[in-house]
Design a binder for this molecule. Structure first.
Ligand SMILES: *Cc1c(COP(=O)(O)O)cnc(C)c1O
Length: 411
């Protein structure tokens, strides 16, 4: 086998982390659904538990023994070994049974009472709810900062009292506002409390945006979206360039019981070699469609990273992202009735929440994905009544463009 350190990510994902010898020689991984694993001897069992509890050090190059599938199992290990080369700079990864499970486990590993969490606004709705419903009652004060406000975020971090976490979601959902990861990470690393910098990289990662290279400590994913890519499974991931935070999260995952199950690990693992192909096609499709709609459409503003006009937003985009990605939004001047009419008229794109699948989906965030946020929060974040979010799939872009154009035509 080639040394994984010497090959590029697209090769590594097909050559590292899976030994056919351990699966009766099968070329692709088998599914190991066992809940428990047999030891060679009682001494081996004793040593395995001592290593898991941190009472004994593992031998150099020793893999943690398999014990029980809530702790880990072969399909999680194979998947985690394949997530690492996808994220430039990464050394360690963990699989979770949803994106929310990854975010929740990160929060409950690194938050401490009487500390603060600085986060960009808007965040994914479930994450905002988690901060308000669980972190704040546990004594962790939330400090929201408007996405894209580079100076404001650095200042909020500097002034924060004992920050434990800085959480950035960029581009913001569904307004596509970019936040400067490097600048926030520098501010965080200067703070004496050394807050952990987490980036929810679901929208542009792992192909077009690389937070660990920009100073982030932990990258979080809803693997339900681009990583899995077919809108048929729910999963999450946490990836770092430091084994220590991953090790701490691993022990929490064992307590919480939110590891991804073997079948889902196997399915997701099989999707990873094509995530770059799919995301490249989705980004090319979205760019062709968004730029043409922006030229032609007078009824709605098209929001897309390659169409940003604010100079600071353009700077962040050009320094931080390789390509604009597969998601754009339309902001209808005539508000909700126009947005709903557009959704009703679509023939190829389906009206559904979620994103990142091979099929094109469209939704009205204010009445669906973001309906849990207060109207004041939504207004501040730019989630208007007229906003429709589109996740572009891998269909032929000309058919999609024609579908959007006919849906934009007034009767
Ligand atoms: C979907 C999503 C999540 C939550 O992930 P689940 O897999 O649904 O739990 C978190 N963050 C972002 C940006 C998302 O799009």
């Amino acid at each position: 086998m080639p040394d994984p350190a010497e090959v590029r990510s697209r090769t590594a994902i097909l050559t590292r982390g899976f030994e056919p010898r351990l699966s009766l020689g099968s070329a692709r991984p088998a599914v190991f659904r066992s809940s428990t694993y047999v030891f060679e001897s009682p001494e081996e069992a004793e040593h395995a538990f001592a290593v898991v509890h941190g009472h004994a050090a593992a031998e150099p190059n020793e893999r943690a023994a398999l014990i029980y599938s809530r702790i880990s199992h072969p399909n999680a290990e194979i998947l985690e070994d394949h997530l690492v080369p996808l994220e430039p700079g990464a050394t360690d990864a963990l699989a979770f049974n949803s994106g929310m499970a990854a975010i929740m486990t990160a929060f409950f590993t690194f938050a401490r009472p009487a500390s603060t969490i600085v986060y960009t606004m808007p965040l994914y709705g479930g994450t905002t709810a988690l901060i308000h419903t669980f972190l704040e009652p546990c004594g962790v004060r939330g400090i929201p900062v408007t996405a894209g406000d580079t100076k404001g975020i650095a200042e909020a971090i500097r002034a924060a009292e004992d920050p434990c976490i800085v959480l950035i979601e960029t581009p913001a959902n569904p307004t596509m506002i970019m936040t400067d990861i490097r600048s926030a990470a520098e501010a965080a690393h200067r703070h004496p409390s050394k807050p952990l910098v987490m980036v929810d990289n679901t929208f542009l990662g792992p192909v077009f945006q690389h937070p660990l290279k920009l100073g982030a400590d932990l990258v979080l994913y809803s693997a339900t979206k681009y990583l899995s890519g077919f809108s048929d499974l729910v999963a999450g991931a946490a990836i770092s360039n430091d084994p220590a935070p991953i090790q701490r999260m691993r022990s929490r995952r064992t307590m919480f019981g939110n590891i991804l199950q073997p079948d889902e690990c196997w399915m997701l693992d099989g999707r990873l070699p094509t995530v770059g192909l799919r995301m490249n096609r989705q980004s090319k499709n979205a760019q062709r469609i968004a730029e043409r709609l922006a030229r032609g459409a007078s009824v709605a503003r098209v929001i897309y990273p390659s169409l940003l006009d604010d100079p600071e937003q353009r700077r962040i985009y050009s320094e931080q992202c390789d390509y604009p990605g597969g998601i754009f939004s339309l902001d209808f001047h005539a508000g909700k009735p126009a947005a709903f009419e557009f959704l009703r008229r679509l023939r190829i794109a389906k009206n559904a929440v979620s994103l990142g699948g091979v099929e094109t989906l469209a939704c009205h965030p204010r009445s669906t994905t973001h309906s849990g946020d207060s109207p004041a929060e939504l207004d501040r974040a730019g989630v208007t009544e007229g906003l429709v979010r589109v996740s572009v799939g891998i269909e032929d872009w000309r058919d999609l463009l024609a579908d959007f154009e006919q849906a934009l035509q007034p009767e």
